[in-house]
Design a binder for this molecule. Structure first.
Ligand code: GCW
Length: 680
């Protein structure tokens, strides 16, 4: 409606808040003004106020002449309510939203908190202006909620501009320079802040020649992006090569214990802070998939990370040091090497050796963002280290934004998992107490941002779960639907909502059903990782095997007879995963090699489960396609057309998966389908 808003406080992000409400007033009617330190000017329906900009509450109501519109009274009432409830400080990014009489009040201790409070009010919509309700106090669970862009400045000959990117070119880099489309980058910053993201790494962790120089000669380019993200409370981080002292500094070595190397990192980092005072820090993929690292100098990863941390400390930065270290040149004949073991074997002995501003960044699973994996044992193994947990919003192994695959249910399961025991700390709590949550971005310069318009929900859900891991995935999807499809202008908002839930809620499990079975992973086309290829990785050096033969399938990772990986878990999981009877069905083939007639906890045999889930998965995609047609007149025609095109491809690809997987296991096992369906 035509609301009158007053914004109270100073600072860059308060300017952003004001610009937001001012723009809303222009679009929807109403007025917006600033009140400096004096909230007592006329005319308000909405007050957004920094608590430090307010005089301390007076006892009793303010005199009417100094508060003609009641805004001071509303603020005071909310502060009194917070005080009585013992709410405590709102903190660095927290806020309170309350309704007092006819005035809605957003209060925060900091400008960033005020911005998040404004976005929360947008989520509340009209209900934020309804009857009086108790103050809604929100503070983020994770202090750092970060997105890593795997973007190259140049277009890479194999990977394209964005490694594992399925949404066009980079949103940050264009034609070898920072994208000079300020409106687009600013819109992106705004979108991220609305999701709750407050840190972004702007280049690929595989650091190529041009991108290496962002740290030195091309620092201005990074500063340009930082300037566009800063008004939305987002700090810029940079992926750097561990070999920088050699490739950029001309030193003969990058040995982290060499004094000249340390001095080079210190000086270089000082220059970064001189140019970008709020620079977030470095992100490093070292000794992994061909990237340089401390192993070349006989040093370990604590030595490597600490030299960068020492350089970043004076500026207040952190180094995100990835634990994704494994041998990608293994011999498939060597059954003693297990890629799943690698991160734990490399990192757990280093617990306690990392400096305070080192964050060891661990992929959520021990392998590589598969559709189903157990939680990485590293997360429980390093109590003396700050850990960040890494998710993959970009759908490398989950349909590459051609398939609908709403990932929040998967992330929610992971975040709620208690790695040490059912009543112990959850993954979310461990990340919150350490380095926070990080995800690989799915955004590019595509007109819908994410290639598949419904994949926007994954970006949104990541930010929301990083803010509050307790949120239910379906509730997050509701928020996203409301913010994306404006129910007020939709002829049948209930049909829209119900149909999107039917399509998306269970879409991750649908994807799981028609792809690799029972947690065994991979079975994708090597290289680009799209579509089925059951034996694609079977005899490669990448360490991603399923060991199917005529008798059975799965990876024996037990202590009794296998690689011993189950021993990396503390109790009770070390026993649960070791035991054929107790291991959850969905992870059975991750931990065990079993005969095809092995009976699952569900009562089905492994082979019949494979057939059944593959038929079911395709039927579910067929249902998605039919349901989407109901929305023909309810969503924007361009969105409708794009999703329709993607669903057609998803259905084709799901059938291909079903037929290749079923045919493969039928040929290997010779077991027919119990229901006599064609297995090709
Ligand atoms: O999943 C794999 C990807 C690589 C990626 C790597 C990583 C950036 O296939 O493209 O490289 O993980 O996480 O470093």
């Amino acid at each position: 409606g035509t609301r009158r808003t007053v914004v109270c406080g100073e600072g860059l992000l308060v300017d952003t808040v004001f610009a937001e409400v001012d723009r809303a007033a222009t679009w929807y009617g109403g007025t917006a003004r600033r009140a400096g330190g004096d909230p007592g000017l006329p005319a308000v329906d909405l007050v957004l106020a920094l608590s430090c900009a307010l005089p301390s509450p007076r006892p009793g109501p303010p005199p009417a002449e100094s508060d003609p519109d009641g805004s001071s009274a509303a603020i005071d009432a909310v502060r009194a309510e917070l005080g009585a409830a013992g709410a405590g400080p709102l903190g660095a990014e927290g806020f309170a939203v309350a309704r007092h009489g006819a005035v809605t009040v957003v209060l925060a201790d900091t400008p960033a908190g005020l911005l998040y409070g404004l976005f929360d009010l947008v989520r509340l919509g009209e209900s934020g202006f309804g009857p009086a309700h108790p103050a809604r106090v929100r503070r983020p669970a994770m202090a750092r909620r970060m997105l890593d862009h795997w973007d190259n400045v140049d277009v890479h000959p194999v990977m394209g501009q964005v490694e594992r990117g399925y949404a066009g070119g980079s949103i940050f880099w264009q034609a070898g320079r920072p994208r000079r489309d300020e409106a687009r980058v600013t819109a992106y910053a705004r979108l991220l802040a609305a999701c709750g993201i407050n840190a972004v790494s702007v280049n690929n962790v595989n650091v190529h020649a041009t991108e290496a120089r962002l740290l030195t000669e091309r620092l201005d380019d990074v500063a340009e992006i930082a300037d566009l993200l800063r008004p939305y409370g987002i700090r810029v981080h940079l992926a750097v090569t561990f070999a920088a002292p050699v490739v950029l500094g001309g030193l003969p070595t990058a040995d982290p214990l060499d004094p000249a190397v340390r001095a080079w990192w210190a000086e270089t980092t000082e220059r970064v802070y001189a140019r970008i005072p709020d620079f977030g820090g470095y992100l490093v993929k070292a000794d992994s998939e061909g990237q340089p690292g401390p192993f070349s100098y006989g040093r370990d990863h604590a030595d490597g990370a600490n030299v960068l941390a020492e350089a970043l400390a004076p500026g207040g930065g952190v180094v995100h040091w990835r634990a994704f270290v494994y041998n990608h040149r293994q011999d498939w004949r060597d059954r003693s090497t297990d890629r799943a073991r690698a991160a734990f074997d490399h990192f757990s002995p280093l617990d306690g050796r990392f400096q305070d501003n080192v964050i060891v960044q661990v992929k959520h699973g021990p392998l590589d963002f598969q559709t189903r994996e157990p939680v990485s044992p590293v997360i429980a193994a390093m109590p003396g280290t700050r850990l960040a947990v890494e998710f993959q919003v970009t759908q490398e192994y989950t349909g590459q934004q051609r398939h609908v695959c709403y990932l929040a249910p998967w992330w929610s399961e992971i975040l709620r998992f208690a790695p040490r025991a059912d009543d112990g700390a959850t993954v979310a709590e461990l990340a919150a107490g350490g380095g926070g949550l990080v995800a690989v971005s799915n955004v590019g310069d595509d007109e819908f941002w994410t290639g598949h318009p419904l994949a926007q929900a994954n970006l949104y859900a990541f930010g929301r779960l990083a803010w509050d891991p307790e949120l239910r995935p379906q509730a997050v999807l509701d928020e996203w639907i409301d913010l994306t499809f404006d129910p007020a202008s939709c002829p049948d908002p209930e049909l829209l909502r119900r149909t999107l839930h039917e399509i998306m809620d269970d879409s991750w499990r649908t994807y799981e059903r028609y792809t690799a079975p029972l947690g065994v992973g991979f079975m994708v086309r090597p290289g680009h990782h799209y579509g089925p290829d059951v034996d694609g990785y079977e005899y490669t050096p990448w360490g991603t095997y399923h060991f199917a033969d005529r008798d059975g399938v799965g990876v024996d990772r037990t202590r009794a007879t296998g690689t011993g990986f189950t021993g990396q878990y503390p109790a009770p999981w070390s026993q649960v995963y070791e035991s054929l009877d107790r291991c959850p069905d969905e992870l059975l083939l991750f931990f065990h090699h079993v005969p095809y007639h092995h009976v699952l906890r569900s009562g089905s045999t492994v082979i019949q489960h494979i057939y059944d889930t593959h038929f079911d998965g395709v039927r579910e995609v067929e249902a998605m396609c039919r349901r989407w047609e109901w929305l023909a007149r309810l969503v924007d025609p361009a969105v409708y057309a794009r999703v329709t095109e993607r669903l057609t491809e998803q259905l084709r690809c799901a059938r291909e998966w079903r037929d290749q997987v079923n045919a493969y296991f039928h040929r290997k096992s010779g077991v027919p389908d119990a229901h006599g369906r064609p297995l090709h």
